[in-house]
Design a protein. Sequence first.
Length: 121
Amino acid sequence: MEQDNHRSYQPGSDDERLSRMFEAYRAVCPDPESSPNFMPQLWQKIEGRERVANVFGRIARNMVAAALALSMLLALAVSIERSRVAPLPSETYVEVLAEEHARRDLDYFEPVRIEPAADQH
């Protein structure tokens, strides 16, 4: 009964199928013709692909160099602009606010004259 479940092996059937598969492969993908120009043409194709990669690499390097130059120009512009601006006060921000608050508070007070009680008679 075990033999009924398995396909019986026929010598040559697998070999014939493999041979037909190789023939179909050769029909679809023929061997390149060997000629004296085979290797030079192959290298031309390889170098052509490398040129495309080199173009992208060159563009990337140029963009990095341009970004670096632009960032250096911006840093120089910022440093020049800071030197033109008036120097910052030596006081802290909190001290300046406290002084301003004290000045505003003085606006609400009126001058008061105090006379001793004995002088009022």
